[in-house]
Write a protein that binds this ligand. Sequence first.
Ligand code: DX5
Length: 226
Amino acid sequence: MAYPLIKIAPSILSADFMRLGEQVQEAEAAGVDRVQIDVMDGRFVPNITFGAVVVKCLRPLTHLQLEAHLMVQPPEDFIEPIARAGADTIIVHQEATPHLHRAIQHIHSLGKKAGVALNPSTPASLLSEVLESLQLVLVMTVNPGFGGQEFIPETLRKIRQVRAMILERGMNCEVEVDGGINLQTAPQVVEAGADVLVAGTAVFDHQQGIATAIRELLAACQAVAP
Ligand code: DX5
């Protein structure tokens, strides 16, 4: 089943960091409602990126929702600094903390939206005790840590499972996917039930620029719209 309101969330991991502010503003002008900020600590994932300082620098430059994807362990150490820096949504990994419920409560106590990310090997069923508290579920369609990786087709089943869990509970919760999203995989994940598509390489490496990339991705998704 496809969802009429499909959103693209550019992942700044693939942006030109010499022009990061400009590129975020270009994405805003192209009509997205958010950007994803990939926070990596070199421990939870084998790569290091940036922390709250990038959220703080971007905040005054854009009205976009800033979505912080915490690929860090323990996420509890980063929730408050990222929230205070101006993130609107904070996504923690199910695998990164034994106290997931408390981490979600903490995010909400700071007035932010909460999301939980699932790595490719993590079953959707592990969300069952926290799902009702979430505004977003992020299904990783690659193993986290790097942009430009190949989409993992086995994750399509999990996207369907998560969408079914949300429908079953009558919730209004976004199903976001992340990793290897391009013109070929976008319709597949939308058909499986995703409504927010994180894209890094497909957006920032596009020859004709960010706006064209986003327009083409949305057009590819509409092909599976009801
Ligand atoms: C991977 C990151 C993704 C990545 C997506 O760990 O979380 O957001 O930037 O990049 P692409 O779209 O190039 O796979």
